[in-house]
Design a protein around this ligand. Structure first.
Ligand code: ADP
Ligand code: MG
Length: 474
């Protein structure tokens, strides 16, 4: 799976020169992030971390990942409409995990009142690694699917030009011309546009629900600008603003500062620290509204790790996607081993297996955003402590994916230039829109490659571990 630049990696002078070009190209292209010191101002910005060189990705696996995306869109949408499935699957989790329980309570409350929302917009990103089998053949294995606040669809559209220029500087023009164009943010915006149109109120706005700390604003602006270009007004608000100024009318239309909101696009709300009591109330207000939530709370729950684990049980996919045997087969082919730690004999066996052989597995709580999973010795210690307690059901267990590492340079502001042994994670963006029972849009809309040094078991770009990359198909 080696990319054709092993020669370049050894030429230190060429690498240093290319890195200088790369950083300036990234700044010019808009591969930007606000700084840790000033996360809410754009006076000082820096480049978002990225690899010096594109990473090799097997083209067959790349195509496989694209080919299964519409299936995953259908699956997530089906789960979000299946109360019985969500209730049963999350029953053990919500007993011990307070965050999932609170989301679930809102979900039930909204259903009891009756949904005011009739147009549904899903934006997700299905993430994969290339698992290296015993014979060395790589296989596409899903890490997780993100159904809320899936990010970097904007910045990643700008890395192609940067990597193209780096390759040219290094005398690899032919390879530069082979890099694929990629613009997820445009596709995501088109989904928002479709939902906004179907909502049917031309003066209504799209509201980006954003975090208190907004370092990744430029990624969001990429989507936002696509909407302004189509004459759709966008406002950016936090939960706090919704709590203070949001309201519903008799038809449960949502208003912010007197403006009707057609679509709420969450780039926030996926981790416990996003919520205090007021923010939970704001979330409930939004969910009760007629506005198109991206995602609605059911779709957020469909993206939990517990649901992912349940999907791998025999017969589950068939029940969720009846009459779609081919889609089921495509989806299942991407699953790694996933195991329930629910109370009972089966869970006892799984826990014992993981404690005996911790390096084979990853232990995952119901959390998003990176840095939460447990590996190796830490996995063993934690599981040993909770093996006889119901607390263990707040986790799922997963086979550890072992990709073939490759050498690359990770460019990060204020960090020395040094070569690292790296592995990559490929994400495919999906977007779909449903009106009532009818799917009116279902697409794969671009990709994201993130690469990290192998010494980090966990973590994404926002967590400061992985960096943006561009796939070079081999
Ligand atoms: P999060 O919701 O926090 O992003 P993930 O399931 O994506 O949770 O895990 C975070 C990171 O941990 C991934 O980006 C990947 O680097 C690593 N990881 C997760 N699952 C596995 C696995 N089964 N094998 C190897 N690495 C994994
Ligand atoms: Mg992840």
């Amino acid at each position: 799976m080696a990319a054709p630049w092993e020669d370049v990696l050894r030429d230190e002078t060429a690498v240093q020169e290319a890195a200088r070009v790369a950083v300036d190209a990234a700044l010019l292209a808009g591969v930007l992030m606000r700084t840790e010191g000033e996360p809410n101002a754009s006076d000082v910005v820096n480049y978002a971390p990225f690899t010096l060189l594109p990473s090799a990705v097997p083209s067959a696996l790349f195509e496989q990942a694209y080919a299964v995306q519409q299936d995953f869109n259908l699956l997530v949408d089906a789960i979000s409409q299946n109360k019985e499935f969500l209730e049963r699957t999350l029953a053990s989790t919500i007993k011990v995990d307070d965050f999932t329980a609170r989301l679930f309570r809102i979900y039930m409350q909204v259903l009891e009142e009756g949904l005011a929302q009739s147009v549904f917009l899903g934006i997700n990103r299905s993430d994969y690694m290339f698992d290296c089998g015993v014979d060395g053949t790589p296989a596409l294995k899903q890490i997780e699917i993100n159904t809320i606040a899936a990010s970097f669809g904007g910045l990643t559209s700008r890395t192609v030009a940067v990597h193209g220029q780096v390759l040219k500087v290094l005398g690899k023009s032919k390879e530069a011309s082979r890099l694929l164009p990629n613009n997820p943010s445009k596709g995501l915006a088109l989904g928002i546009v479709k939902a906004w149109e179907l909502y049917g109120s031309p003066s209504a706005v799209v509201m980006f629900l954003v975090e208190e700390v907004q370092r990744n604003i430029f990624d969001q602006r990429c989507v936002e600008n696509e909407l302004w270009n189509r004459n759709i007004r966008v406002i950016r608000r936090r939960f706090r603003d919704v709590f203070e100024k949001g309201s519903l009318d008799d038809a449960r239309r949502l208003y912010m500062d007197g403006q009707e909101v057609a679509v709420v696009y969450y780039r926030e709300g996926y981790v416990p620290k996003n919520y205090d009591q007021q923010n939970w109330e704001a979330r409930l207000l939004l969910e009760r509204s007629r506005a198109v939530k991206c995602p609605d709370i059911a779709t957020q729950l469909a993206g939990t790790k517990k649901v992912q684990q349940e999907l791998s049980q025999p017969g589950t996919l068939e029940k969720l996607l009846p009459g779609r045997a081919e889609a089921v087969a495509r989806i299942r082919a991407t699953f790694a081993g996933l195991y329930s730690l629910d109370v009972g004999e089966e869970g006892d066996k799984i826990a014992a297996m993981a404690i005996t052989d911790p390096d084979r597995f990853v232990l995952k709580p119901q959390r998003e955003g990176g840095g939460n999973n447990l590996y190796g010795e830490e996995l063993r210690q934690v599981l040993e402590k909770i093996r006889d307690s119901p607390e263990r059901t707040s986790y799922i267990l997963m086979d550890k994916i072992k990709p073939q590492p490759a050498m690359n340079y990770l460019l990060r502001a204020h960090s020395p230039l040094q070569v690292s042994e790296c592995i990559s994670e490929l994400g495919i963006f999906g977007v779909y829109v449903r009106q009532g029972k009818e799917m009116v849009m279902n697409e794969a809309t671009g990709h994201l490659l993130r690469t990290k040094a192998i010494e980090h078991a966990d973590g994404g770009v926002a967590a400061g571990v992985a960096v943006l990359d561009t796939p070079y198909l081999v």
